[in-house]
Design a protein around this ligand. Structure first.
Ligand SMILES: [Zn+2]
Ligand SMILES: [Zn+2]
Length: 351
């Protein structure tokens, strides 16, 4: 499924060798080593409060916020500006300090796509994956497209009977008519995919994560985007698979578990092994990202292939090395965590 893991680890090792700090920098140079060094000493005064992300690439002299060294780790180019801190109010009303993180809008590592296979004879390498929350992960190859009625019942006809070509939303208009809960009936029986080029190459969103997580007395179940991955991609809320399927559409995910919509751009609905980094010295699972409540999220399995046995309903537990943290669900479950253990930060959207 994923052939880029080797590269991911190479990049990771390279990154770790150079810098211990998260740093996207506010410029676009590919080597952010010097940024990291200067950021930690406080001499980098890039700020970001009011500039739009695109225009900010070469802007060096704004004021207001203080750039701080961050304990967060992201892959190079996962965030488009320096990570700063600001005061914030969490979901439970706690006033505290949050990291302000602006995601680049496209993955720093791993390619996007493919999503929909072109024909009913296409093999698995020409399409992505699909899951409906049942736990099963399907390769979207031509055979999957041809047999949808066996999986989901009558009414499925996602391809041209005479040519075998798959019905694919291959324009911005078609994507936007289909990649929404109330699918335009004209695009029922389509494999839905969108292109980041429709959205300037990516939707750059800003999120506030508490620097010090604040645990809740009762975990909260919120249908919000759950966090961010180390390569800068949103760990999204559950995909609305029932609405998708009831409209006879397949909103195809790529092999990394991501797809594109007009609102969040490219985002993940599953952790399939992409964006995995930060080897843990004790054989614990690798980190994949951060949850909206500020706790870290790790892969489902440890480096020996075992799942933790003491996870709570949020899929979290506590150990001495990491404190409280989550382990993601399996890809077919259509979620990353079970609930939020702490008060959530805030998605500020694209600014
Ligand atoms: Zn989605
Ligand atoms: Zn753990």
């Amino acid at each position: 499924m994923n052939t880029t893991l080797g590269n991911t680890h190479l990049i990771l090792l390279f990154t770790l060798a150079l810098t211990l700090y998260a740093c996207g920098g506010s410029d676009t140079q590919t080597d952010t080593t010097s940024d990291s060094a200067t950021t930690s000493s406080g001499s980098d005064t890039d700020t970001d409060t009011d500039a739009d992300a695109d225009a900010d690439n070469d802007s060096e002299t704004q004021t207001d916020t203080t750039v701080v060294a961050s304990d967060l780790f992201f892959f190079d180019d996962a965030v488009v500006e320096s990570i700063t801190t600001q005061s914030c109010t969490l979901s439970g009303g706690t006033q505290t300090t949050c990291y302000r993180i602006t995601l680049a809008g496209e993955p720093a590592v791993d390619e996007i796509g493919p999503f929909c296979p072109p024909t009913i004879t296409s093999d698995a390498s020409q399409g992505g994956i699909w899951f409906d929350g049942s736990g099963e992960v399907y390769d979207i190859d031509g055979e999957f497209i041809s047999n949808l009625d066996q999986l989901y019942g009558d009414g499925w006809q996602l391809y041209d009977l005479s040519t075998g070509e798959v019905n694919i939303t291959d324009t911005q208009e078609a994507c936007e008519a289909a990649a929404r809960p109330n699918v335009d009936p004209a695009y029922q029986n389509y494999c839905v995919q969108c292109d980041l080029d429709y959205y300037g190459g990516g939707v750059s969103e800003t999120v506030l994560l508490p620097v010090t997580p604040v645990p809740l007395s009762n975990p909260s179940y919120v249908n919000a985007n759950m966090g961010v991955s180390l390569n800068g991609v949103i760990l999204a809320a559950q995909a609305p698979v029932d609405a998708i399927l009831s409209n006879y559409t397949i909103a195809a995910f790529d092999d990394c578990g991501g797809h594109i919509n007009p609102f969040d751009g490219y985002h993940y609905h599953a952790a399939t092994g992409c964006s995995t980094g930060v080897d843990q010295e004790d054989g614990h699972a690798n980190q994949i990202g951060y949850a909206l409540d500020g706790y870290s999220i790790y892969a489902m399995l440890d480096t020996s292939g075992f799942e933790e046995t003491d996870l709570d309903e949020c899929r979290g537990h506590t150990d001495d090395a990491r404190g409280y943290h989550y382990h993601v669900a399996s890809p077919g479950e259509n979620t990353f965590i079970g609930c939020f253990h702490g008060e959530q930060g805030e998605w500020l959207g694209s600014e």
